[in-house]
Design a protein around this ligand. Structure first.
Ligand code: SF4
Ligand code: SF4
Length: 419
């Protein structure tokens, strides 16, 4: 009972903090509409509610009690990819993307399913259980395809690839790894759910590269999800609880940096945690994308780069959360070009949003697919051997779209080109 009371208190204090922040941002907005011009979804949805300005007006009306919870309101927020172009465009220094991200806690009322998923994501045992359930669901894919109304948290969407979910192998289950550089930083490496349970090649490459520059790499096996999915589903209390566990662990270990390999986890840590609670600021300041840390220590990478035995043509996709969320854009490109066998070519529109957007990919598949088609056209035109990108969600979405076009380009993380 006490636990439930604490959770309810926690949820209401997070909500009131979010409300204050949102109100401050709304006061800065002059409704000029500049943010409309670069919106990823506006050209597809062609409606004011689909713009940052429209959504800010909706949240304003919601806070003032002029509108209440509804399916349409929820859809308006879920159909935003959180690409951040509106924040980049706003001349008044409003951060619409940040507001739209945390406002989901106000305007979306999580149902039983969302609450259940959040609970699973909040504990390591729950994550393991989710991974096993996902694996089972994937085995049933041909059968399940017939059932279009399967709850949206199971990623069974027609014509798409989904990662082969599996438990991490034994070699990835250690709590600490010793690095080769005794004077190097001590870090906590946070792989994120996708890399932990599906993209093990990325995990192995990251550990290998980190070992070259670090003295110690901590990979605690008791951490929950970063909290982004819970926040997207409107469960701010769960997101805050997950943030508390991760932040406390990192601070207790007293590491020099918290290293991420997924731009979405990174953006959640660096940008959204302090919005949820200023107490997370100290943790957030320690967060680095792996490309940032590796480039800081680039001298230790020279001569150790992965040998491909041939020239490989590589393009890079700037994931929105990594570029506009974390502010990381030059380091991944530099990292890729450290490998002398790489022939780097820039896409025509390297930072165009792919349309993944988390909930968007699962619940609004046709909209997400429409958005990714422009990205695919750009990649097909350049036809690289590899498309490097720093977010597993975008990777899954773009790789699926490329495969369905018969394109042989393979998507990988920049660190896989090096280690
Ligand atoms: S968020 Fe910024 S760009 Fe958009 S309407 Fe408000 S002031 Fe204008
Ligand atoms: S985050 Fe992107 S999709 Fe959402 S309103 Fe802003 S520009 Fe549009």
């Amino acid at each position: 009972m006490e636990h439930l009371a604490n959770a309810a208190h926690n949820q209401s204090s997070v909500i009131s903090r979010i409300k204050d922040l949102v109100e401050k941002q709304l006061n800065l907005c002059v409704s000029c509409g500049t943010c409309r011009k670069s919106c990823t979804v506006l050209p597809r949805l062609r409606a004011e509610y689909a713009t940052a300005r429209g959504r800010l007006a909706l949240v304003d009306a919601f806070i003032k009690g002029e509108i209440s919870y509804s399916r349409r309101l929820r859809e308006a927020f879920e159909q935003c990819t959180l690409c951040g172009f509106c924040t980049e465009a706003c001349p008044n220094h409003v951060d619409p993307e940040g507001v739209l991200s945390i406002s989901r806690a106000l305007v979306i009322k999580p149902g039983i399913i969302e609450k259940g998923v959040s609970m699973l994501l909040s504990h390591r045992k729950g994550l393991n259980l989710t991974a096993l359930a996902a694996r089972l669901a994937l085995m049933l894919l041909p059968f399940a395809e017939k059932w279009k109304k399967i709850p949206s948290f199971i990623p069974l969407v027609g014509g798409r690839i989904v990662p082969a979910v599996k438990m991490p192998p034994q070699e990835l289950r250690q709590k600490t790894y010793q690095g080769y550089n005794p004077r190097g930083p001590r870090v906590l490496f946070f792989p994120g759910c996708f890399v932990d349970y599906a993209f093990h090649n990325q995990y192995l490459s990251a550990l290998k590269a980190l070992a070259w520059i670090c003295s110690e790499i901590h990979t605690p096996r008791n951490l929950p999800c970063c909290g982004l999915p819970s926040l997207e589903m409107g469960d701010a209390g769960a997101a805050h609880r997950q943030a508390s566990v991760i932040s406390r662990t990192a601070l207790e270990l007293n590491v020099d940096a918290v290293v991420v390999i997924c731009g979405s986890c990174g953006s959640m840590f660096r940008k959204v945690y302090p919005l949820l609670d200023p107490a997370f600021e100290r943790f957030s300041q320690k967060v680095k994308d792996i490309s940032e840390l590796l480039i800081e220590h680039r001298n230790l990478l020279r001569g150790r780069e992965k040998k491909w035995g041939r020239r490989i043509k590589v393009c890079y996709h700037h994931c929105c959360h990594l570029k506009r969320g974390m502010g990381v854009y030059s380091e991944p490109e530099e990292l890729i070009q450290l490998n002398p066998e790489v022939e780097y070519e820039e896409l025509d529109f390297p930072d165009r949003c792919c349309g993944f957007g988390g909930t968007m990919y699962v619940k609004y598949a046709s909209l997400a697919d429409e958005i990714v088609s422009d990205k695919v056209e750009d990649i097909v035109k350049h036809n690289p051997d590899y498309l490097a990108l720093g977010c597993p969600g975008c990777l899954m979405h773009i790789q699926g779209a490329l495969l369905s076009k018969g394109c042989t380009t393979r998507c990988i993380h920049p660190v896989e080109l090096i280690a």
